[in-house]
Design a protein around this ligand. Structure first.
Ligand code: PEP
Ligand code: MG
Length: 588
């Protein structure tokens, strides 16, 4: 038995048999050509690139149908690369000057580019290296025939275990056969993870060494809920997980029934449940899960799935699609939160030493005003089509907030002058995700229409724990008394000043933590679509008085461990079915 922890990027639990996918990268021999053969070789290269582009256009169209326009942008990016002279030029030059076959020029050029990206040791660049290798294999296939991937041999249901997967591999999975996957490399914001979530394939990435333990046919458990891979599980683990899968199914069925019910506590207080999205296409799922709207649209994904900055029209198309899907329901559009672990192409060229404390988020926007204004114009234009709210991320000081609001007013004036419609009364709010803002919430409350607490960053900055560093992951705890105290203070300010407050960090989707948030006074929770039904069940099972009592007790405890244990204990009493199967992880 081998238990490996990784990053859960797509929920769901599967017990299956391993299909180890370690497609050896082809080694292409350096074969010489006569000078008279150059034109023919260049024609072969052009033919292979054109054929690859045609093929990618088909893949893109299929992906668009299956996953929506946003996810299909990955293939727009691939098509764009094949038209990029700085990539194709060196291949042509190699054929002309070094007199080599086209496949060698292709292999060599792509390999060099991929190696350069990989050497940068930054997940954002590594993702691009995968894209390049993916493209290299595609062009080579058109030059020298089918590069045999073992995936073609897969004729039964299996769990793919691989060092890494490219976005096109994941998008091309036969969903009747590939039931889950696990990889050594990868992170939450990698394209492959985005595709896994969009396809609903349970996945754990960033496992480090899962491939070294993986052999074909071995039984494996992929727990995409908690980021656990168990290779060759023992009888106890198997039966526990089998039971968990069954309970999950039953729980899921009963949760589906909840979708149409009100999110109201036993004593009649409404708790608004909203969805967090990265792409507009996720909205139907949020609504199906019983979400009443979108509490956080992470618009930076518009930048992360394409090579070029999105145009105003592309921004507008995304925001108006959200407004259309939501038909009058709540929509909170967060302005781009780029930087730290989410880089644009331009940012990648100037890596920072300490990016989480660097030029990220609203700071980046305020230093790149044309880019920021483009987004604000598009959001404002969409505000004429239906209700939406604008939210600024990672505000740390009043100057920053005022500057951002000033830029917004400038954009409004421009639109007015141009006679373009927008909602001048649009609500403007901010994330509360750094301690400086939580401490000064009273001051900020006078200048915004709403607050949304981002526990992911609030925990990171309060406890000085990098949220992406697996070495300190055990110290990352929203149950830390310092974090709870900050949230309590913000909730009190919001109540006193009448500023609506929500929580949209990952912790808001965890029933154990939600109970505390409700007890502290939070009345709106925004979480991923899949977390909404369990949250609704929790809401319908508690009274505000119970939650407040739990919050009071939690506030009296002095360590994150005791708070977490207490919350778990209390929630287990209220919602025992949500905990069936937890013991698996606890004992793992
Ligand atoms: C947060 O920090 O809690 C949050 C919701 O924002 P993000 O995870 O996008 O940084
Ligand atoms: Mg954040």
């Amino acid at each position: 038995m081998q238990l490996i922890k990784g990053i859960p990027v797509s929920p769901g639990v599967v017990i299956g048999r391993i299909f180890a996918l370690d497609d050896e990268r082809q080694k292409i021999a350096r074969r010489a050509i006569p000078a008279a053969g150059v034109a023919a070789e260049l024609a072969r290269l052009d033919g292979a690139i054109k054929a690859s582009i045609r093929e990618l256009e088909l893949v893109r169209d299929q992906a668009e149908k299956a996953m929506g326009a946003e996810a299909a942008k990955i293939f727009h990016f691939h098509i764009g690369m094949l038209g990029d002279k700085s990539l194709i030029g060196p291949m042509r030059a190699m054929i002309e000057k070094q007199l080599v076959v086209a496949e060698f020029a292709v292999f060599q050029t792509f390999s060099e580019w991929a190696a350069r990206f990989r050497a940068m040791k930054d997940s954002a660049f590594t993702t691009k290296a995968n894209d390049l290798e993916d493209l290299s294999s595609r062009v080579l296939r058109h030059l020298i025939g089918e590069h045999r991937t073992r995936l073609n041999e897969l004729n039964h249901q299996a769990v793919v275990v691989a060092p890494d997967l490219t976005p096109s591999q994941a998008a091309g999975f036969d969903r009747g056969k590939v039931v889950a996957f696990a990889t050594d490399l990868g992170g939450r914001t990698g394209h492959t993870s985005i595709v896994a979530r969009a396809l609903g394939i349970p996945a754990v990435v960033g496992c480090g060494n899962v491939t070294t333990h993986a052999t074909d046919g071995t039984t494996v458990i992929i727990d995409g809920d908690r980021g656990v891979v168990i290779i060759d599980p023992d009888a106890r683990q198997l039966s526990e997980y089998q039971a968990y899968i069954e309970q999950r199914k039953v729980f899921q069925l009963s949760l589906d029934e909840l979708a149409g019910l009100e999110s109201i506590t036993r004593d009649g207080v409404e708790i608004e449940l909203l969805g967090n999205i990265e792409f507009p296409q996720e909205i139907p799922l949020v609504l199906k899960c019983g979400g009443e709207g979108v509490g956080l649209y992470r618009t930076e994904f518009l930048y992360l799935t394409r090579e070029e900055e999105p145009t105003e029209e592309e921004h507008f198309a995304a925001y108006s699609e959200c407004v259309r899907h939501l038909a009058g329901r709540t929509l909170v559009i967060r302005t781009m939160d780029l930087g730290a672990d989410k880089y644009t192409q331009r940012q990648q060229e100037q890596p920072e030493r300490n990016p989480f404390l660097g030029l990220r988020s609203i700071r980046y926007c305020l230093k790149n005003l044309p880019m920021f204004k483009t987004q604000l114009r598009a959001i404002l234009r969409a505000s004429a089509l239906g209700p939406l709210k604008i939210m600024f991320p990672l505000v740390t000081s009043t100057q920053e907030l005022r500057q951002a609001k000033w830029v917004l007013r400038e954009v409004m004036e421009d639109l007015s002058e141009e006679g373009i419609a927008y909602n001048p009364e649009v609500d403007v709010g901010m994330m509360v995700e750094v301690p400086s803002v939580a401490v000064m919430a009273d001051t900020f409350a006078r200048e915004v229409d709403f607050f949304s607490i981002g526990t992911n960053d609030l925990v990171q900055y309060t406890l000085a724990v990098d949220r992406t560093n697996e070495r300190v992951a055990s110290m990352f705890s929203p149950a830390h008394p310092a974090v709870i105290k900050l949230i309590k203070d913000v909730a009190r300010v919001s109540r006193r000043r009448g500023v609506p407050l929500s929580c949209c960090g990952e912790a808001a989707g965890d029933p154990e933590y939600a109970i505390l948030l409700i007890g502290l006074g939070v009345r709106t929770l925004s979480a991923t679509a899949a977390s909404i039904p369990p949250l609704k069940r929790l809401v319908r099972s508690v009274t505000i008085e119970e939650c407040e009592k739990i919050a009071r007790k939690a506030l009296s405890l002095d360590s994150d461990v005791s708070v977490a244990a207490f919350l778990r204990d209390q929630t287990r009493k209220i919602l025992p079915e949500a905990f069936d199967g937890r013991s698996i992880e606890e004992r793992a």
